[in-house]
Design a protein around this ligand. Structure first.
Ligand code: UD1
Length: 418
């Protein structure tokens, strides 16, 4: 069992170029299925979720090759449209292959994506959107059997919640539906704009990503795409919050600071100095973080649920009280018990968590319970007194490409022990 050994209290100093965005590259890899031929995906991070997506593409018949941070996916020949449960369980966002397979093959068969780490993660909106486009979807014994074929056609559909995954699934399926699809109530996350960018590189006619109405003119012949994935805004805020927890100054490059605004304003309110440029953001912290006004997670451009645990970890070692309200997922405070082992004072009641900074956390042996919860423990450890051991690195590897190397380059005392 591998773990991180972190000795906290060393200020972080330096610049880093942020890895490609996990939440962009996964739908983009699924989108490579839309056209025969070889797509080129640049700035592809080395993550276990990416490996899981590449395994699915290989199984479907694609030839997949990774050269450094460039991934080539040749989707000329697909010989199946089903994804076995083993691969579906490896990655929760595997459901995104549904829309792409439906568009390319007119059929898809897959099981429900694996268990829950953040509470229930239903896919009813994904299925309703695809059904609205004409797909026949039957559910039996945990298996989804989808047929589209000539029944698929573009039309207006409305998402009752701005779900990121359902918006992406609908966009991918709509590329294979003749006519115009209008997705009302679409999620506005930057990763959806990135997916639109990749679809443009394939010749698709998609517009409106980044607003709540996305339009796709589908049924057109597409060609392979060539695209550079945007920088990962959640990885960026992780390293910026680490500067808040440990002190020092960290500058992240490769992410538009507009995408970081809601988190940067919290760090500023907590006492950090924040500077931004066209594609960079820097956070400097010279004193313990202070408590801030309530942090409420919300769909973009609101405060991201993915940054909730990470900011909480930084504030737990500061001074003053902050209230968090988690509005997106039901069970996203699993990191709290682990932070308490490090001396954090956090009270949870339903969707609300109240964090009272204790001045400084102390080292402990803790375990990641999910991807961002794991990142939060690392952030807490960097500011804590003494040694922390963070296990459960399989969660962290799903979303961070060489986190220990990045932090060590900033001066952190961190080692991965195999
Ligand atoms: C994506 C991100 C994840 C992030 C989340 C919210 C990826 C790979 N993952 O997840 O990191 O935390 O957005 O920003 O991009 N919902 C339903 N029915 C559905 C779908 C969603 O009720 O069919 C609900 C969910 O339970 C949740 C809310 O909608 O309460 C938002 O979820 P959604 O935006 O779909 O999250 P994901 O796409 O799974």
């Amino acid at each position: 069992m591998s773990y991180y050994r972190i000795v906290g209290g060393r200020p972080l100093e330096g610049c880093l170029t942020v890895q490609g965005a996990k939440n962009s590259v996964l739908p983009i890899l699924a989108a490579t299925l839309l056209a025969p031929g070889q797509s080129i995906i640049r700035n592809c991070p080395d993550l276990s979720d990416v490996s899981a997506a590449l395994d699915i593409l290989s199984l479907l018949g694609c030839r997949v090759d990774r050269q450094g941070d460039t991934v080539l996916v040749d989707a000329s020949v697909l010989h199946r449209w089903d994804i076995p449960e083993r691969l579906m369980r490896e990655m929760r966002s595997s459901v995104i292959f549904l829309g792409a397979l439906l568009a390319r093959m007119g059929a898809a068969e897959l099981s429900y994506p694996g268990g829950c780490e953040l509470g229930p993660r239903p896919i009813d909106l994904h299925l309703a959107a695809l059904r609205a486009l004409g797909a026949d979807i039957r559910e039996a014994q945990g298996c989804l059997c989808c047929r589209g074929g000539r029944g698929l056609r573009g039309r207006e559909l409305c998402l009752s919640i701005p779900s990121v995954g359902a918006t992406e699934n609908a966009m991918l399926a709509a590329c294979g539906c003749p006519g115009v699809t209008t997705i009302m109530g679409a999620a506005r996350e930057p990763e959806i704009v990135d997916l639109q960018g990749f679809l443009h590189s394939m010749g698709a006619q998609v517009s409106g990503a980044g607003s709540s109405v996305v339009t796709v003119r589908g049924g057109l012949p597409l060609h392979p795409g060539d695209y550079g994935v945007m920088g990962d805004r959640i990885a960026a805020v992780t390293y910026l919050c680490a500067a808040g927890a440990a002190g020092g100054r960290v500058l992240t490059r490769g992410v538009n600071p507009e995408c970081l605004k809601s988190v940067l304003s919290c760090l500023e309110e907590a006492g950090c100095t924040v500077e931004t440029g066209p594609d960079w953001a820097a956070v400097e912290c010279c004193q313990p973080l202070s408590g801030i006004s309530p942090v409420r997670t919300a769909p973009y451009p609101g405060f991201p649920t993915d940054a909730q645990a990470i900011l909480m970890a930084a504030l737990a070692g500061g001074k003053g009280t902050t209230m968090f309200v988690e509005n997106i997922f039901d069970n996203r405070y699993r990191h709290v018990d682990e932070l308490r082992r490090m001396g954090a004072d956090i009270q949870v009641s339903g969707r609300v968590a109240v964090v009272t900074g204790t001045g400084r956390l102390h080292g402990a042996s803790v375990r990641s319970t999910d991807l961002r919860g794991g990142a939060a423990l690392v952030v807490a450890a960097l500011g804590a007194k003494g040694e922390t051991q963070v296990s459960g690195l399989n969660h962290i590897c799903r979303g961070y490409d060489g986190m220990e190397r990045t932090l060590a380059a900033l001066g952190a005392d961190i080692q991965k022990i195999e």
